[in-house]
Design a protein. Structure first.
Length: 128
């Protein structure tokens, strides 16, 4: 594994999404600080963290498992974004852009998983 997880497009996008979520939730009602705000931030951070950790494990099987967890966190975050949107938290344009970011990231993670599932075992793990 010559390259770093930092070079992975999925990790870079997950990092961008985390920062966007922190900024978005910074404007949520104060009473949500231990509710939806906290949940959304943890889900977003979990995505990037699991991509990095899985990559760092060095085994295809473990990388796939951590990507599954990251993908689950994407879906969790999308659900939380939908709830926040229905409650009227955040600007609708920002919410739509953030939802689109999460959908794109979900597709990227899904594609990496499929690539890992179908690539020969000898293929290096560093699929971005």
């Amino acid at each position: 594994m010559g390259s770093s997880y930092r070079n992975l497009i999925a990790w870079q996008r997950a990092l961008e999404l985390s920062v966007t979520i922190y900024r978005l939730t910074g404007n949520f009602p104060r009473e949500e600080v231990y509710g939806l705000t906290s949940q959304m931030r943890r889900a977003a951070v979990s995505i990037a963290s699991n991509i990095a950790e899985g990559y760092g494990r060095g085994s295809r099987r473990e990388y796939r498992q951590f990507l599954r967890i990251a993908y689950g966190s994407v879906l969790e975050l999308q659900t939380q974004l939908a709830i926040a949107n229905k409650l009227g938290f955040g600007e609708s344009e920002t919410m739509e852009r953030t939802q689109a970011m999460s959908e794109e990231l979900g597709k990227i993670i899904w594609a990496i998983q499929k690539k890992l599932d179908t690539a020969p075992e000898a293929t290096p793990v560093c699929i971005s």
